[in-house]
Design a binder for this molecule. Structure first.
Ligand code: G3P
Length: 218
């Protein structure tokens, strides 16, 4: 499974990318607003920090305008994936951009049929929003499972499932079990994946016993 960082905070991204465990980044207009920085500058900086795909979202609502914005964003760097919303116009823009060789991430996906349309439109990634489905009392993970089955039924659908709106380590675990290709994870959640109370406890005990030996490795 690939891990993307869901953030526009360059310091956080840089620190996590140093681990070698980060395969890409996703941003959205809310995350860019939170960063307080100029959109294109942030995307350029992230693209030079992370080798993998960096999603940058259009804000136009009409297909032609989305394509125009998407092309401008794709010019920032080779690893930009243009993010378009899952609307009819977004699907049209996805088709045009992907046919022109641009990576496209179709976002705000809340149903399996939407995901099927995005794949037919040539999306590189489909972003089902797990947490927001959970928020309204539905099971976001069921959507990931349904999309996995549908995509696996048709060899021609090469779109990767990018589990988004992830809020917890359990979301990551269940996305991996359901066969999502990518999880885009907030920095705090990603860091937390390495933590376990028994790891800390075990390490304390090992180090205490090691100290008693009076030895050093180097
Ligand atoms: O990747 C999409 C994500 O940023 C949305 O997350 O927590 O705002 O639903 P959230």
């Amino acid at each position: 499974m690939k891990f993307f960082i869901d953030s526009a905070d360059i310091d956080e991204i840089r620190e996590l990318a140093d681990s070698g465990l980060v395969d890409g980044v996703t941003t959205n207009p809310s995350l860019v607003a939170k960063s307080g920085r100029a959109f294109k500058d942030v995307i350029a900086e992230i693209c030079s920090t992370v080798e993998g795909p960096v999603s940058a979202e259009v804000t136009a609502l009409e297909a032609d305008a989305m394509v125009e914005e998407g092309r401008a964003l794709a010019e920032i760097a080779n690893n930009v994936a243009v993010k378009v919303p899952l609307t009819w116009d977004g699907l049209k823009a996805c088709r045009t951009l992907s046919q022109g060789g641009t990576m496209v991430n179709v976002t705000l996906c809340f149903s399996a049929n939407q995901a099927l349309l995005a794949a037919k439109a040539g999306a590189t990634f489909i972003s089902p929003f797990i947490g927001r489905l959970d928020d309204i009392g539905e099971d976001g993970m069921e959507l990931i499972r349904d999309i996995r089955v549908i995509y696996d039924n048709y060899d021609a659908l090469g779109t990767e499932i990018l589990a988004a709106s992830i809020r917890s380590d359990d979301h990551v675990r269940r996305s991996a079990m359901a066969g999502a290709d990518v999880a885009t994870v907030p920095p705090k959640v990603l860091r937390n994946l390495a933590n376990h109370a028994l790891t800390d406890k075990g390490l304390d005990a090992f180090l205490a016993d090691w100290a008693k030996t009076g030895q050093s490795i180097l």
